[in-house]
Every structure is written in structure tokens, then in C-alpha cells.
Design a protein around this ligand. Sequence first.
Ligand code: FES
Length: 256
Amino acid sequence: MADFVRVATAGELPDPGSTVVEVDGELIALFHVEGAYYALDDVCTHDGGPLGSGEIVGHKVACSRHGAKFDIRTGAALSMPAVRATRAHEVKVEAGEVWVRLRSGHGADGPVAQAPVAKPATGFPIAPPAAAALSSTGGAVTAPSATAAGALCEDGVRELLKQVKDPELFVNIVDLGLIYGVSLAPSAEIPGKQQVSVDMTMTSPACPAGPQLIGDTKRALAAHPDVAGVEVRIVMDPPWTPDRMTDDARDQLGIF
Ligand code: FES
């Protein structure tokens, strides 16, 4: 078992306050909240963002990159996009000094307890979407019905894209705010059909769901009878932030 390591003088940190210290070669976020000290890995389990510089509200800290919240006392993930706890470490205060001992292993509490409830997409403006939404594993897609009136438009594309759900967050990519732009142009190769281009971002540059989301997006649009081809461009500037989500998405993720 690791030894306790002195990391700070008690009273050095404001209350509430935090700092980042090094313990046995690891970066640890040290928190001072309501008279007590707590230590977590300085690593957000969503995509490695720092926690020691995050906003503290009560016993919660928000990752400064995409806003996931963690319980300062236990490391538990409290809100999306993080779904796993970060490690919490032992802390003691002796003779006016703060000491931390690292715990091994992973965060203790696993996934966020509240599973988000997916809501069906509504208000399809051109033709109702296929009965089955895209599976998170990129399964087969049933083509939506042929349009009854007019050609596919930008709003129709966005409705089709609501079939595509982030496999970690279980919220569709439109409500998550991942779609930065949609454009349509007459196909040069297939008269009467359209070429669709989608500018899409990810919740983080290293988002592991990226290839799946791109594939699901292409399949969702290519299944429409008006579509001749689909191009998906990944755009990371400006970076995605939680305030791009719709109220529906916030509701599903339990973010208030
Ligand atoms: S890295 Fe922390 S919420 Fe994304």
C-alpha cells in the first residue's frame, strides 16, 4: 500500500477551493470544501479533462472541458458526458498538514446511476422516419417513406439525423448540438436526387464513437430516396460545449 504524502499546509487553500498536487508521480486534484479536504485524480473520465481547475458548487466539481460533474467526496460521476467515476484518494490532516495516500484501481461507483431515457424524435416535416431508429452498433436502416410533397430540405435532413444516437449518451446527434451545418445540392450524377453534406463535430477530439457516428449518419441519410450521396465533414472549431445541447437533450441527460 502507498504511503501518505504531505501535499499542502492546512489553511493554504481557500474554502471552497482546489489545487493540483503531485503524489507518487500522479496529478491529484485536492479540494477544500466545508472545512474538509478531498483528493481525486485530476482526470475527467469522459476525455481526460482536468478537475482541479473546475468550478466547485457544494460538493460537486464540473470538468472545465465539457461540464461533466463529479462528487468531490467519492469521485462518482454525476452527469454526462462522464459515465464512470474518477478515483478518490485517502486524505488526512495532521499537525496542520494535509496528507494524501493514493488508492489503486479505478473509480468505485461505475456508471452514472440514472440511465438517460431516450425520447422519440417528433415533428418529421417531410415523411415519417423509419420505425426503427439506428442501433448504436450501426445496424441496418430501413428507408423512410418517399416524400409526399417537395424535395428533401435542410430541416428534413436534420429530422433524419435524429435517428442517429450517440452510443455513450443515448441522445440524438441533433439535440446534442453536434450538427454544425447541412447543405444540399442537385446531384450531378443522378438527376432528380440530391447530394447532402453535413458538418458534424464531436464532444471531444478523441471521441471513441466518432467512426460509428459518421457511419450511422451516412446510412441514415443515404436510405432516403431523394439522396444520391452523403458527405460528412468533421469540424472541431469551434469546439463542442454543453450549451449547444437542446433542452430535450439536457432533460434526457439530467442536466439542469
Ligand atoms: S473531458 Fe470532462 S466532460 Fe469532457
